[in-house]
Design a protein around this ligand. Structure first.
Ligand SMILES: *Cc1c(COP(=O)(O)O)cnc(C)c1O
Length: 234
């Protein structure tokens, strides 16, 4: 199966109104162009340097979504062009995106990442930390970010009931915040959840954005990552 065939299969699976983020991290530009040729315009990346390199090289009507863990000192590199940052997990990061948005002369769309999985390694606000941050109110003074909704990752498990519960809990929090802190704010309407192995469950639980990589592009090749890491850090 080609990238274009895989893409069409995923698109056929997801209902109208749910958008697909094709997660192209670790895949070459040719693979992205193949999906682009089949009509895909939203791509997701998790490393700042890799996304910026691809943004430079590829067609300008691509929407680049940053889906990884974002370090505050790297926000400036993506602020001029990023379409949506999925992983805001602290007020400090939100404030930095605002600052860099102002410098770049734009308002940057973001999602708040919520920790819903059992694993301790995943980033994100707990639901209470998120409510607390919103209640504190300082975010309302940030004029160069726009909070568009929430993002989360379910536990990496074969227990479908568990994954479903986690997606449903994220959906419930999304509805709660939409009815309280974001009442009357039509921009708050995105729920980013679902990956290759669990997007059908996520869609059933109310996802509006699914982030699918492996099912479209195949397995990622992480060899050589360590040397790449060194170049990024230095
Ligand atoms: C890599 C990644 C994905 C895509 O995962 P696949 O299993 O390849 O579909 C989705 N979301 C996030 C946050 C990721 O880091």
């Amino acid at each position: 199966m080609s990238v274009a065939d895989n893409l069409r299969q995923v698109l056929a699976d997801i209902p109208h109104g749910v958008r697909l983020v094709a997660v192209s991290k670790f895949h070459p530009e040719e693979a992205i162009l193949e999906a682009y040729g089949a009509g895909q315009r939203i791509f997701g990346e998790s490393k700042v340097q890799e996304m910026s390199r691809k943004h430079e090289a590829l067609p300008k009507d691509i929407e680049w979504h940053f889906i990884g863990h974002l370090q505050t000192n790297k926000v400036k590199y993506i602020a001029p062009y990023v379409a949506l940052i999925h992983g805001i997990d602290s007020f400090r990061l939100l404030a930095e995106v605002d600052k860099q948005g102002a410098k770049a002369g734009r308002t940057i769309d973001v999602l708040l990442q919520i920790h819903i999985a059992r694993e301790e390694t995943k980033f994100g606000f707990s639901p209470d930390e998120c409510r607390g941050m919103l209640a504190e109110g300082a975010w309302k003074g940030l004029t160069h970010i726009r909070i568009r909704g929430l993002m989360g990752m379910a536990s990496n498990t074969d227990d479908a009931a568990q994954v479903q519960r986690e997606f449903e809990s994220l959906h419930a929090l999304f509805e709660e915040l939409r009815g309280t802190f974001f009442a009357g704010d039509s921009a708050f309407g995105e729920l980013s959840m679902g990956m290759s192995h669990d997007y059908p469950l996520a869609v059933r639980a109310g996802s509006t954005l699914v982030r699918v990589g492996t099912k479209i592009f195949g397995e990622r090749d992480y060899s050589g990552t360590e040397t790449k890491q060194l170049t990024i850090e230095n």
